[in-house]
Design a protein around this ligand. Structure first.
Ligand code: HEC
Length: 191
């Protein structure tokens, strides 16, 4: 999978998605859909909170809703969430595989790879069976720097610090990697 990603990154300028699609097993297609669903629901929730309650209320709403929405989209087979190299919520901290994927995504983005094509998956065999792992990059958009950028308004910073005393998720600029969707899928013992 590492080799595949490197190849994918190299080939990205020419054929970003087609290559990945022809190879993807069914569970990856579903993991992609779950990631897209989580992303869309979060953007909606964020927009609604910002409009109705302003930035500070937005942080409070986000802190309650983000984990709730992730849980609603998860089910018996799929566990859907977000992670990053620098997290706001320590519950989102990456494990070893997620860390290495995030580092590759970061290198890909810094080399100009389109973030839409930055994804990786692998199958892990554990005592309990086989687990599919899927990740998709989340770039920092211009609307994200309000709460994740360099210059966060003092009252907003205060609210963030109160809710997340260990916050590491600031200092991002548009275009940088903010994090990734991460999906775990329970797979049958054999294909
Ligand atoms: C109103 C403030 C606010 C805005 C705007 C905002 N975020 Fe966040 N972000 C948060 C909060 C609060 C959390 C912690 C949520 C939780 O507890 O899971 C968070 C967590 C995250 C995480 C999970 C990893 C971590 O750091 O814990 C990612 C990824 C993320 N945000 C990406 C984005 C992106 C991409 C945008 C722009 C589209 C964005 N955020 C805009 C407040 C915000």
């Amino acid at each position: 999978m590492i080799v595949r990603t490197v190849l994918l990154a190299a080939a990205m300028a020419f054929a970003p998605v087609a290559f990945a699609d022809t190879e993807a097993p069914e569970w990856v297609t579903e993991a992609r859909q779950k990631s897209a669903q989580l992303g869309a629901r979060l953007v909606d929730a964020l927009r609604e909170a910002l409009v109705s309650r302003g930035p500070t209320g937005g942080v409070e709403a986000c802190s309650i809703k983000a984990p709730q929405i992730a849980q609603q989209i998860s089910n018996d087979r799929f566990e859907v969430g977000r992670t990053a190299l620098r997290v706001r919520n320590p519950d989102n901290a990456p494990d070893d595989w997620e860390t290495s994927v995030l580092q590759r995504f970061e290198r890909g983005l810094s080399h100009g790879t389109d973030p839409a094509g930055l994804e990786e998956w692998q199958v892990e065999t554990t005592d309990g069976g086989r687990v599919g792992r899927y990740m998709k990059a989340i770039p920092t958009g211009p609307q994200c720097v309000l709460c994740h950028g360099e210059n966060i308004a003092p009252d907003l910073r205060e609210t963030i610090q109160r809710l997340y005393p260990e916050d590491q998720a600031t200092g991002f600029a548009p275009g940088e990697l903010r994090g990734a969707f991460s999906v775990r899928v329970q797979l049958p013992a054999t294909d």
